[in-house]
Write a protein that binds this ligand. Structure first.
Ligand code: ZN
Ligand code: ZN
Length: 372
């Protein structure tokens, strides 16, 4: 049985308790998760015993390659995607249809209601996303591949780093390295931020050069084809003059040590049965106790998989209970305006009795010197 059939079966088993006899899947990543098809502009209709991919003739060959055994409705150019979906649902005789309220616009929903008024619709935001939180063995392998590629890209990045490189050059270069080590593409535009630019958690790259500040924050990830990775490291780019001029020698050590302690404390808190907010709190407490509580302004982490940000969110008030097979980032940070920011991000897996850190790049500051 392919993983796709298993995933669809698991979802369909919940139809009875939800009171639906079909599910219309309109989110691209969810269609991929349930079918293996990676093209876009396509929907998937699931009933108790049918799965039908609704697509168009541009994808006929790709469908044959990626999910050849799946039933399809290939719409002619004159038929719109929504009309095709309505036709399929109508032919199947479905009455109570679940839809993805987070992946259908109000206009699309109104169109469906007009096209097939006999259907009673039941929206839910995250049916498939909830299932996607727990990865199967094949997904885990692909995530680990994406992490391995990210790590190799970072090694190249470090080896080729020069003091007069700009943030923009390095951002472009990282995207190249990611492809060179086998990645399909960068899973998001890398963040490369020098000194006080790193105080912006999502700093866009500028013409600032590496040697104009004492630290370099790099946040990057690889899209291995389907699954993604996400890592952050801070390189120590201080030279003798920055040490003496700005007295930053102790500041970087101090802030870095707090962030690393927060990250390691959070990682120790990860195990099945624990709520996501408890893990967030573990890191947040370390940062607050060190006096930097006001300078950690984002959630601790996020799930990774087919998307770079997916469930579970590891943040305050998140009651999501951790389960074996969940994969997410742990990325505490401290951002001090005018000085800079430190974030350390790794990807972890919830195991049967705890946590496995999947990314293995060093996070010891003494190993992070950029220039000898
Ligand atoms: Zn990141
Ligand atoms: Zn992240």
């Amino acid at each position: 049985m392919t993983p796709y059939i298993q995933r669809r079966d698991k979802l369909v088993r919940r139809f009875a308790e939800e009171g639906i006899d079909a599910l219309l899947v309109t989110s691209g990543p969810n269609v991929t998760y349930l079918s293996g098809f990676t093209g876009d502009s396509s929907y998937l209709v699931l009933t108790k015993d049918r799965a039908i991919l609704i697509s168009d003739p541009r994808y006929t060959q790709q469908i044959a390659d990626e999910c050849g055994s799946l039933a399809t409705h290939i719409r002619p150019p004159a038929q719109k995607l929504l009309e095709a979906a309505a036709e399929v649902l109508d032919k199947l005789g479905t009455r109570f249809v679940g839809f993805e309220s987070a992946a259908l616009t109000v206009a699309e929903f109104e169109t469906f209601k007009t096209l097939i008024p006999s259907i009673s619709w039941k929206g839910a935001a995250d049916r498939v996303e909830q299932q996607r939180m727990v990865k199967d063995a094949g997904e885990l392998d692909l995530i680990c591949d994406a992490i391995g590629m990210a790590e190799r890209a970072f090694v190249v990045f470090r080896n080729l780093l020069r003091p007069d490189d700009t943030e923009k050059d390095l951002c472009d270069a990282m995207e190249q390295y990611i492809r060179r080590v086998g990645g399909q593409e960068s899973s998001f535009r890398p963040i490369v931020a020098v000194a006080e630019r790193a105080a912006l958690p999502h700093a866009p790259p500028t013409s600032r050069t590496v040697n104009s500040g004492g630290l370099l924050l790099v946040d990057w990830g690889v899209n291995g084809g389907l699954y993604k990775s996400d890592l952050t490291r801070v390189l120590d780019t201080r030279t003798k003059s920055t040490f003496t001029d700005k007295g930053d020698a102790t500041k970087l050590e101090e802030v870095y040590a707090v962030v690393l302690r927060a990250q390691q404390t959070a990682i120790r808190a990860v195990r099945p049965g624990v709520q996501a907010m408890t893990v967030d709190e573990a890191a947040r407490e370390v940062i607050a106790d060190a006096g930097y509580g006001d300078y950690f302004g984002h959630g601790l982490g996020h799930g990774i998989g087919l998307q770079i940000h997916e469930a579970p969110a590891i943040r305050p008030h998140s009651g999501t209970v951790l389960q074996p097979g969940m994969v997410f980032t742990i990325e505490p940070g401290i951002y001090l305006p005018e000085w800079g920011g430190v974030r350390i991000e790794d990807d972890v897996l919830v195991t049967a009795d705890g946590c496995e850190v999947l990314s293995r790049l060093t996070r010891d500051l003494s190993d992070m010197r950029a220039f000898a």
